[in-house]
Design a protein around this ligand. Structure first.
Ligand SMILES: NC(=O)c1ccc[n+]([C@@H]2O[C@H](COP(=O)([O-])OP(=O)(O)OC[C@H]3O[C@@H](n4cnc5c(N)ncnc54)[C@H](O)[C@@H]3O)[C@@H](O)[C@H]2O)c1
Ligand SMILES: [Zn+2]
Length: 385
């Protein structure tokens, strides 16, 4: 069932391709002082220099905030906001993965002290854009550069919460292949599977529509054909760039539709056990896709017809949809990502809490083509214990 009303919101301007970073100074023309957001991993990977060097060259005043937390809690974001408020900056460049980009997006609607992140948890709609943002993603990736969402952990509830507000849509995006060229294999794999989940969830979700479909299926096609080489081969520049563009497309698809039960069941794993977002999605992907297979068959068949470029052996619909699911499973295995929860300290005693956390993600569960009951969630978790 396709939505009968739909809309598309995208970043104001996207610069991509060779030396796309060179375009940064021209969008800073009106800014007095620029905040550059990053985390320690970005600094040690040497990814701040390509940006700061360009700011220096253009004679721009800037200040670096390089101690942002990975997968931050709302309190950690509030601390960064406090530092930003005291800094006199009036523009934000985020250089990093989803964690850094989300902190920057939240700051952009929190620059005055009218309300705090905690208020946005209860009432995301009160935020309005105060500071322009430019995203330089370094993972491929969350697609956070193309969404109006920011995800924060809420430790007291042991969950992660998505704050959604259209005012957080980034103003500028720079997709420069240099930023993902030396992405370590394990990070490339986990964040690449996150993008795969975005694409397949948007493609098979209740909120899929003509706008999200264009981006979701194109992203899926590109990811399925490039993810393994992009992760395995340091020199696979073409595939790495494909992943960078595809994860952006998958983000656009999220903005136009939304993710489904994979993400809904994944969030409690991040909230309580601090399993990285891409890894928890990878663990939930297969059991949820199997659970969804019949309900999503038509979409999986279409995905097969679009994404399988080698000789096509499947003819029956059931074969085609099974092929798509098996293909994703092979990829997860190939990338050496855990496919179950052993090793993360999760036991049967934790099931009630996980199910409760998952059922709180109704924002996402309503998108799932097959209804997920608490009993369903329990048996899905049990299958990966
Ligand atoms: N806003 C959205 O639409 C959206 C969508 C999906 C996920 N998310 C959120 O994004 C966060 C995860 O983001 P992520 O998966 O991009 O990872 P991340 O930003 O948490 O980064 C993971 C690690 O990789 C390092 N890193 C990043 N790029 C690197 C590079 N090029 N080279 C070397 N190290 C690098 C970082 O320093 C960090 O240590 C989660 O909080 C998740 O919930 C947001
Ligand atoms: Zn995700």
């Amino acid at each position: 069932m396709l939505l009968t009303k739909y809309e598309l919101q995208m970043p104001g301007m996207v610069f991509a391709g060779e030396n796309a970073l060179d375009r940064i100074p021209e969008v800073l023309k009106g800014a007095k002082r620029t905040a550059v957001y990053a985390d320690k991993g970005i600094v040690s990977a040497g990814l701040l220099e390509p940006v700061s060097m360009r700011l220096e060259k253009a004679g721009r005043d800037y200040r670096i905030f390089d101690n942002l937390a990975t997968e931050p809690s709302y309190r950690q974001v509030q601390e960064s906001v406090g530092e930003f408020r005291a800094s006199g900056c009036d523009f934000i460049i985020a250089v990093g993965g989803g964690s850094v980009m989300d902190a920057a997006k939240l700051t952009s609607i929190l620059a005055t002290d009218e309300y705090d992140v905690k208020d946005l948890l209860n009432n995301p709609g009160i935020g309005y854009k105060q500071i322009a943002t430019l995203m330089v993603p370094t993972t491929a990736g969350t697609g956070a550069e193309a969404t109006p969402n920011a995800i924060v952990a809420v430790p007291e509830k042991e969950i992660k919460v998505g704050i959604v507000n259209r005012q957080m849509m980034p103003d500028y995006v720079v997709l420069d292949g240099e930023m993902v060229r030396r992405l370590p294999r394990n990070i490339a794999a986990a964040t690449g599977i996150d993008a795969l989940c975005h694409a397949i969830e948007c493609w098979t979700g209740n909120k899929s529509n003509p706008f999200s479909d264009v981006f979701a299926i194109q992203a899926l096609d590109m990811i399925l054909s490039s993810i393994e080489k992009a992760c395995d081969d340091q020199e696979a520049i073409h595939e790495k760039r494909m992943m960078q563009i595809a994860s952006f497309y998958a983000g656009v698809a999220i903005a136009a539709s939304g993710t489904t039960a994979v993400h809904a069941l994944s969030y409690p794993l991040g909230g309580k056990y601090h399993i990285a977002h891409g890894i928890s999605n990878a663990i939930m992907l297969m059991p949820v896709m199997r659970f969804n297979e019949e309900a999503c068959r038509e979409r999986l068949v279409q995905a097969y017809d679009r994404c399988v470029h080698a000789e096509r052996e499947c003819t029956a619909d059931a074969e085609k949809s099974r092929y798509m699911i098996d293909w994703m499973e092979r990829i997860v295995k190939h990338l050496d990502i855990p496919s179950d929860l052993s090793g993360f300290g999760v036991s049967r005693n934790d099931l009630d809490g996980l199910v409760k956390g998952a059922m709180e993600q109704q924002r996402l569960l309503v998108n799932n083509m097959r209804r997920v009951t608490p009993e369903d969630a329990r048996s899905i978790y049990l299958s990966v214990l």
